[in-house]
Design a protein around this ligand. Structure first.
Ligand code: SF4
Length: 213
């Protein structure tokens, strides 16, 4: 253990830990660099992308705080900054006046779309590996994330297709949606299955389903 100490970095697990640490440094650099050009902080970039892709039920300050992994007070600061740049607005929900929903403005939507490629350099580095190595890497990193998630260090938002609660084509002729979510016990239209969801729980890796497969 103690992989940040070079003297302890002789095990495979220590070397992989340091490699993952360097990847996170690269991701932080890419976010900062893009942020400088877009006049946004890394947290503001992540907030815009979250609001563009997450299920609407998570569009709250606490939903965003979970995604950013920071306190509600810090998240409120991020929201205030984006609101003053007119990239999002706070709206009170009609069904529950106590809940404030965060909504991207048209300019916020445009900005978020522009920023979607911020991790392309990382993806290109992974895509340059042989496919079998990518498959091993995917399984291994998913298992690491799952363990860190269970320990409460990371909150995972993901789309339906690899979720335990997803029932593909459960009612193909239902006008409300052909798929089903067993968590909320409701039909899912196709487009909703591509939203990042806070209630996502991964299915067993070997049973993984991919869109279009
Ligand atoms: S709980 Fe799972 S299946 Fe249900 S909406 Fe969320 S990701 Fe989709």
């Amino acid at each position: 253990m103690k992989s940040l100490n070079p003297r302890h970095r002789h095990t495979l697990s220590g070397q992989v830990t340091i490699a993952l640490y360097r990847i996170t440094q690269a991701i932080e650099y890419l976010l900062r660099d893009r942020g400088k050009r877009a006049q946004l902080s890394p947290a503001q970039i992540q907030a815009l992308l979250f609001l563009k892709h997450a299920r609407s039920t998570a569009h709250t300050v606490s939903g965003l705080a979970g995604r950013l992994g920071v306190t509600l007070a810090t998240t409120s600061g991020v929201v205030d900054a984006l609101e003053s740049k007119q990239l999002l607005r706070r709206e009170q929900m009609e069904e529950d006046q106590r809940v404030v929903r965060l909504q991207l403005t048209p300019e916020g939507e445009r900005k978020a779309a522009e920023l979607e490629d911020v991790l392309d350099e990382v993806e290109a580095a992974i895509a340059s590996l042989p496919e079998d190595e990518q498959a091993v890497l995917k399984r291994a990193t998913q298992a690491i994330v799952r363990r860190l998630q269970l320990a409460g260090y990371v909150k995972v938002y993901d789309m339906c297709w690899n979720c335990q609660f997803f029932r593909r084509d459960a009612h193909p002729h239902d006008p409300r949606g052909p798929h089903h979510c067993a968590f909320i016990d409701a039909p899912l239209p196709e487009a909703e299955t591509y939203r990042d969801c806070p209630d996502f729980v991964p299915a067993e890796f070997e049973e993984e389903v991919m869109p279009g497969s």
